[in-house]
Design a protein around this ligand. Structure first.
Ligand SMILES: [Zn+2]
Length: 82
């Protein structure tokens, strides 16, 4: 009788482990997206391009002076032309 209980416990554990492994792919994809979110947070605050409105990390933006920021050098030059 004890052997039967042991078998039932072993089966229950195996079933649980199998369920855990089955639910792992969606879990992994959320873990994969976490570093991206962390990178965005680590990049600091986002600034909107004065020319096109695109949000870029302040570290990657092109400063136009007087508190303006641009997503690329082309937009800084385009805004300066106006
Ligand atoms: Zn832009």
């Amino acid at each position: 009788m004890k052997l039967l209980v042991d078998l039932l416990v072993a089966w229950a554990l195996w079933f649980l482990v199998r369920r855990l492994f089955r639910s792992q792919p969606p879990l992994r994809s959320t873990f994969r997206s976490t570093p991206v979110r962390r990178r965005v947070r680590a990049a600091g605050d986002m600034v909107a391009c004065t020319h096109c409105g695109l949000y870029v990390p302040r570290a990657e933006s092109v400063s136009g002076g007087q508190g303006t920021a641009f997503c690329c050098l082309e937009h800084k030059e385009a805004a300066a032309r106006h």
